[in-house]
Design a protein around this ligand. Structure first.
Ligand SMILES: NC(=O)c1ccc[n+]([C@@H]2O[C@H](COP(=O)([O-])OP(=O)(O)OC[C@H]3O[C@@H](n4cnc5c(N)ncnc54)[C@H](OP(=O)(O)O)[C@@H]3O)[C@@H](O)[C@H]2O)c1
Length: 298
């Protein structure tokens, strides 16, 4: 069976990619955690490797038998990056160079980026719109993208917005966090002035599979059908998961005082992807219902 390499296999997107690709390919997952910590480790051959250390990457089996390598590993703590910029650049920029040094010239590298490369003054954005990253996380992600684009490696760059989905031990899913808080009866403050069209990780994994199948090089945007404020997103989550929406308080970004600047009016226009893949962009509510089914199915 042909193989695929998934870097960041234990992350939110990584876990969804492993489940998607294990249906058809021999999956080699890379992560920084020890093996056998996750149930999905039975679906792949897992190796522990710190991708910021170039010498560790040479042993991960990145050879011409690979259909592709997918880089879903990242430093994803947007506010943390402001005080830990060295680590953010090591992972989001320099590790891309490390991967490029070991990947064969003809194997496509799929790299996951973000809508944060745009400044959020006039979203939603197309793939061709000018970028203007604000903050360390955003700049480090754009630097990683640029490195790959300038390298000449066959590259598929996929940009999600706020990513949510099912998985084990999630640290970066807004839905998992909110559902947990509301179930415990905690009240939460959610910004009502940051807009985007959130991305469901299970369907993003399907999209990555289709893009690899089509050898669709270049940049691709993927999110849901509507651009909504984070507050509206939270209300929809409470509704679909039958939780108390009264615990959700709207707050402005200025009041919340997040450390890093956020793109306020963001969102991703997905027309290019729809045209290429004939893949439907679904309403946010439908995707949340799919997630609920996925979570309750175990
Ligand atoms: N989350 C969002 O809202 C969002 C929005 C837009 C774009 N994105 C982008 O989508 C991609 C996937 O995000 P995600 O939410 O799935 O991230 P995540 O859950 O934080 O997962 C990132 C993964 O990277 C791994 N990793 C970290 N440092 C590593 C290292 N030195 N060597 C090897 N692996 C390392 C982590 O391993 P451990 O589990 O061991 O820490 C983790 O599995 C990222 O490129 C991110 O920038 C995310």
């Amino acid at each position: 069976m042909s193989k695929i390499i998934i870097l960041g296999a234990h992350g939110l997107l990584g876990q969804n990619l492993v489940k998607q690709f294990a249906k058809t390919l021999d999956v080699h997952g890379i992560g920084i955690e020890p093996a056998e910590q996750f149930a999905i480790d039975t679906l792949m051959q897992y190796s522990r490797c710190d991708i910021t250390d170039a010498s560790q990457l040479s042993d991960i089996g990145m050879d011409s038998d690979c259909v592709a390598a997918i880089n879903a590993a990242a430093y994803t703590n947007v506010d943390g990056a402001e005080s830990d910029s060295e680590r953010a650049y090591l992972l989001n920029r320099d590790a891309v160079q490390n991967i490029l040094e070991v990947i064969p010239d003809d194997v496509p590298l799929v790299h996951i980026s973000t809508d944060y490369i745009f400044d959020g003054s006039a979203g939603p954005y197309r793939e061709t719109d000018p970028v203007a990253p604000q903050g360390v996380y955003a700049q480090s992600k754009w630097d990683g993208e640029k490195l790959l684009l300038d390298s000449g490696q066959p590259a598929i760059i996929v940009r999600p917005n706020v990513l949510y989905g099912n998985g084990e031990k999630l640290t970066s899913s807004f839905v998992a966090w909110l559902v947990g808080e509301l179930r415990q009866g905690h009240s939460v403050n959610i910004v009502d002035d940051q807009f985007n069209n959130p991305t469901y990780a299970k369907r993003l994994a399907e999209v990555v599979d289709l893009l690899i199948g089509e050898h669709a090089l270049g940049a691709w945007h993927f999110g849901s059908r509507e651009v909504v404020s984070r507050y509206t997103f939270a209300l929809k989550i409470a509704d679909v998961f039958e939780l108390d929406a009264g615990l959700i308080n709207p707050i402005s970004t200025a009041e919340l005082g997040q450390k890093a600047l956020r793109p306020m009016k963001s969102g991703l226009i997905c027309d290019k992807l729809v045209e290429k893949l004939k893949y439907p962009i679904l309403p946010l509510r439908t995707e949340l219902e799919l997630l609920r089914e996925e979570m309750y199915a175990g």
